[in-house]
Design a binder for this molecule. Sequence first.
Ligand SMILES: Cc1cc2nc3c(=O)[nH]c(=O)nc-3n(C[C@H](O)[C@H](O)[C@H](O)COP(=O)(O)OP(=O)(O)OC[C@H]3O[C@@H](n4cnc5c(N)ncnc54)[C@H](O)[C@@H]3O)c2cc1C
Length: 380
Amino acid sequence: MSAVQDVGIVGAGASGLATAILLAEAGTTVVVYEAQPDLAALGSGITLQGNALRALDRLGVWEQVRGRSFSFDVTGIRAPGPEAPLVAEMPDNAMGGPDYPATAGMYRPDLAEILLARARSAGATVRFGTRVTALTQADDAVTLTLATAGGAEQVTHGLVVGADGLGSTVRELIGIGTRPEPNGMGIFRAFVRRPAGADHTELVFGGPSYIAGFCPTGPDTMYAYLVEDKQDRQGLTAAEGSRIMAEKARPYGAHWNDIRAQLEQGVQHVHYTWFTSHLVPAPWNRGRVVVIGDAAHSCPPTVAQGAAQALEDAVVLGDVLTRYDALTDDLWAEFHERRVPRATAVVEASDQIASWLLAHERGDVQGLHRTISDLVSQEP
Ligand SMILES: Cc1cc2nc3c(=O)[nH]c(=O)nc-3n(C[C@H](O)[C@H](O)[C@H](O)COP(=O)(O)OP(=O)(O)OC[C@H]3O[C@@H](n4cnc5c(N)ncnc54)[C@H](O)[C@@H]3O)c2cc1C
């Protein structure tokens, strides 16, 4: 039983590929359209909390993820300054339950590669270099216009999933006006060699950056980040990014001494991006087109739940689409009931923590982390 036999998914990020895996596995014909020519240039690292790992298990890739990530169960908090004293070591909550570590750090391209291979082996077709530019809906089908190297093309599907990220074209094409708004912060992230002993995330709040942190991603690798007031850093090269990051990292000690030395030598992967926030009010669908993941919601990664929520969108959408036998109001009601309050809570908590940081206010950050942790520990 399936609500639709044939689905077009726009975007081969985590939410698009996860949806593709679940639907293709259930026998639905799935085509994923991805504007980029391949999965390169995907950023540095990602922090996956237990509920994300549980979702990845549902997709059948947990063992591969475990083998290519770095798991840990504690977060260290240090003070700024050259001595960088350890202020606290807090156990991370195992939000996916006892079968998974509390947290795993991972190189983003590795996660993308694993999801892509799994989607293809489940039977999904993934077309790179294919941008969706227009969409029309009839009662029983959706027609997409594609821009490809070979010219324009039209395809028709029973359902279209807009998993096309922050700047979602699908969201715009179905008339949803909500857009990601910058929250005032920008983040440098560098993929670096993991110093000996840096075996879990450490955060420094304060000093010239709002947050200086890192997360191990493998036996020899990790990503390090610095959060600042947003600046126009368009066109930043890796060499410039390394130099600015090294300068900004000067007031931080402990493992940052090693990270800074690497940045001074120049690091190959340095990314800069602004934090954004938005939440599409329910419903996330218009007829036979639905937006999920960053197309539907985004927030500063202050509780590291963006990709986790994107994966949960996919898991719940996959569940309702394969359990109902038609695209009914009940199907959409269940999807929204299971997803919107949870994503809303994550966006609001993440925004609140970012606002406290921006205002240099001491809010109840731990209390909010606990609330979100309790919420996302439950199955979506
Ligand atoms: C600085 C930063 C740090 C973060 N850290 C974490 C973290 O540690 N942990 C965490 O859980 N989350 C984190 N997140 C959030 C996480 O990265 C996102 O929530 C997640 O990647 C969203 O996945 P997605 O599949 O919805 O979108 P995306 O990964 O953006 O994928 C969308 C895809 O759609 C494609 N596309 C766009 N338009 C079209 C079109 N018209 N036609 C075809 N294809 C199109 C794009 O090329 C892209 O590949 C962070 C976010 C930021 C900004």
